[in-house]
Design a protein around this ligand. Structure first.
Ligand SMILES: NC(=O)c1ccc[n+]([C@@H]2O[C@H](COP(=O)([O-])OP(=O)(O)OC[C@H]3O[C@@H](n4cnc5c(N)ncnc54)[C@H](OP(=O)(O)O)[C@@H]3O)[C@@H](O)[C@H]2O)c1
Length: 429
């Protein structure tokens, strides 16, 4: 074993970074054996240097992250600051000054992954980011390496623990969205500003990363269709239950049409209770991968939290250190397929539509005609009437999102349709 240590610079020492430092210290001997050389924490960049950081030598702490990555003797930079800047500049500076990089930064990877991969390649360095998607769950490396000989057709996942906690609460207790969000906040599952989670931005960043890796193509954050879950109601859950379904916020990446393009989207959807993703409870994450040869695979586990996320960071750190010792680099970006990303209108799936209609003869026929005119075939219809008003629940066969949008637009124009109470996609069948 080499005795000269590999030097690691830690950028950020918050929820994830502090756990990375702790595991590096407490498992130092094992990590050295697994890598073939000891690793040394050479510096820790933070924003507030006076903060007490247990287990960290204060002499290592600096607010000058740029100087740390420019030192020239750093082997690996671990970026766990988050956000776009200064993380992006620090990572590219690290490559320029001879270091490889491990990052947990989904927002940055989803936005600028291509440029960062290019910078890594230009300097012959590694860029690893297992922790950026679904915390502790091994997903990037299985897609990038274990499934490199297979053809992935679909990735369907629950990749945001906060929203899964909220939806699970609504499902199991009958609570409304706000009540479930308040509980998630009180228990520390939701941040004070939950927008990134509940509006689907966090999941969309992960979908972009997953789609790019799964389909060997470049998929940017802007390519991902996104709908949050703030409009999901207790009555949507009641409808879902009637159909033997529950509701999850899903990230769905799939090959479209004849396989010549891909789609990536995040939205709430009904899934059958028999689907493995339906039983993912609380703040857990799970990702279902369908590919030609392997069939269906499911990856399940804690998708966030300091220690689980640090586990993924440490796995990358060991891999990058091993590469470093052997003078090699691991797999970089694989975007050779260059598949275009199709718009949401091309996505084909099933729909559950709930309409408020006048309770009088002929309404059902009028509604059915609108569906037929737009080429959307109806699977089931359920009607409940009361005091001259009625609700009509229509479940369709598979149709394109564009056809469904046209149908809904036309339905809204019917005198007998008082309103479209909800539209929810039905997935996983
Ligand atoms: N938390 C999770 O469960 C989780 C899960 C998966 C991925 N991630 C990703 O991991 C990354 C870190 O998340 P986190 O939850 O650990 O964040 P965090 O608790 O807010 O920690 C951020 C750290 O970065 C430091 N920092 C902020 N701005 C800085 C600057 N300009 N220069 C140097 N240091 C700076 C902060 O310093 P101070 O300590 O002085 O404030 C803090 O130590 C993010 O990309 C996040 O998306 C997090």
């Amino acid at each position: 074993m080499r005795t000269r240590p590999l030097k690691v610079a830690l950028l950020g020492c918050g929820v994830v970074g502090s756990e990375v430092a702790r595991i590096m210290t407490t498992h130092a001997d094992d990590l050295a054996q697994r890598i073939g050389a000891p690793i040394e924490l050479a510096g820790v960049a933070v924003r507030r240097p006076s903060r007490v950081r247990e287990g960290i030598d204060p002499a290592l702490v600096t607010t000058d992250a740029t100087a740390l990555v420019k030192r020239g003797d750093i082997d690996v930079v671990v970026e766990v600051i988050g956000g776009i800047e200064p993380a992006r500049t620090l990572i590219t500076t690290a490559f320029e000054h001879g270091a490889s990089v491990v990052s947990a930064n989904k927002a940055l990877l989803a936005q600028d992954g291509a440029a960062l991969h290019a910078a890594a390649e230009q300097h012959d360095k590694d860029l690893y980011y297992e922790a950026a998607v679904a915390g502790a769950i091994p997903l990037i490396r299985p897609l990038r390496e274990s499934l490199a000989g297979d053809k992935v057709n679909r990735v369907l996942g629950i990749v945001n623990g906060t929203t899964n906690f909220i939806l699970d609460k609504m499902d199991s207790t009958g609570a409304g969205y706000q009540e479930a969000l308040d509980e998630a906040t009180a228990l520390g599952y939701a941040e004070a500003d939950p927008t990134a989670d509940v509006e689907g931005f966090d999941a969309a960043a992960k979908a972009a990363i997953l789609a790019g890796i799964a389909f060997h193509s470049r998929v940017r954050l802007d390519d991902v269709y996104r709908e949050g879950m703030t409009e999901v109601t207790a009555s949507d859950f009641a409808s879902a239950k009637n159909m033997g379904c529950t509701i999850k916020l899903l990230a769905i990446c799939e090959r479209a049409g004849d396989g010549g393009s891909v789609t990536a989207r995040v939205h709430p959807a009904m899934i059958p209770l028999t689907h493995p993703l339906a039983s993912v409870r609380g703040a857990y994450n799970a990702v279902f991968v369908e590919s030609d040869a392997s069939g269906q695979l499911m990856f399940y586990g804690p998708g966030a939290g300091g220690a689980p996320t640090a586990s993924a960071v440490l796995g990358d750190l060991v891999a990058v250190c091993r590469n470093r010792l052997s003078g090699a680099t691991g797999p970089g970006e694989s975007a050779y397929a260059a598949l275009p990303v199709s718009p949401m209108g091309d996505v084909v799936t099933r729909y559950h539509i709930s309409l408020d209609v006048a309770d009088k003869p002929g309404v059902l026929a009028q509604v059915a005609t609108v569906f037929a005119e737009h080429g959307v075939s109806i699977d089931t219809v359920r009607q409940q009437g009361k005091d001259g008003e009625a609700s009509l629940v229509v479940v369709t066969h598979r149709a394109s999102d564009a056809s469904l949008s046209g149908t809904v637009e036309a339905l809204r124009k019917l005198d007998t349709v008082r309103g479209v109470a909800s539209i929810m996609r039905v997935e996983g069948e």
